[in-house]
Design a protein around this ligand. Structure first.
Ligand code: IMP
Ligand code: MG
Length: 175
């Protein structure tokens, strides 16, 4: 196990959660072709696996959000550093996020997207830290709910490290 990390979710647990989310989304959107918007960079691995568990056609696009700095806390100032390339007016849109923590990033993104007139807008997050929410945002599909702790792996980083790990770990204090 990588030093300073404690295993939280194994490959099997992740696979099971992603499979469940894929089945729920496929059932809810049967007969439609939603646009999945992955939030870079953290959601790239989750989105890639989620797609393989869908039984409906979808389209994929990406945005990139960043809050300043590479600390373990969101600064609250969110920017979009890569814009959407698709026209989402009248589309069914599903935002695919790695983690919803304070909710500030997602709230900002949902406001931007809503202004572009999608016919529906939902959110799928691998990890929901609901207890830490500072602003109200609705997450429709949740892989795991956790109370606290800074996590890495499976696309999720700390200062750009650990994205390649196939499992999800908690970063231990002092690392
Ligand atoms: P929020 O704006 O506070 O909801 O945080 C949103 C983003 O901060 C998430 O999409 C992640 O990219 C990042 N983030 C929040 N918690 C963690 C964590 O435990 N590990 C790594 N990144 C995190
Ligand atoms: Mg993110």
């Amino acid at each position: 196990m990588p030093e300073g990390l404690k295993l939280l979710f194994s490959r099997d647990q992740i696979e099971e959660a992603v499979r469940r989310l894929g089945a729920e989304i496929s059932s809810d959107y049967r007969g439609r072709c939603p646009l999945l918007i992955g939030v870079l960079k953290g959601a790239f691995m989750f989105l890639a696996d989620l797609l393989r568990h869908l039984s409906i056609p979808v389209e994929v696009d990406f945005v990139r959000l960043s809050s300043y700095g590479c600390r373990t806390e969101t600064s609250g100032v969110v920017r979009m550093t890569k814009e959407l390339e698709s026209d989402i007016r009248g589309r069914d849109v599903i935002v695919v996020e790695d983690i919803v923590d304070t909710g500030l990033s997602l709230k900002f993104l949902l406001e931007e997207l809503r202004a572009q007139g999608p016919s529906s807008l939902r959110v799928c997050a691998l990890v929901d830290k609901r207890a830490r929410r500072e602003v109200e945002v609705r997450v429709d599909y949740v892989g795991f709910e956790i109370e606290e702790g800074f996590i890495v792996g499976y696309g999720i980083d700390y200062a750009e490290r650990y994205r390649e790990l196939p499992e999800i770990y908690v970063l231990e204090e002092g690392t």
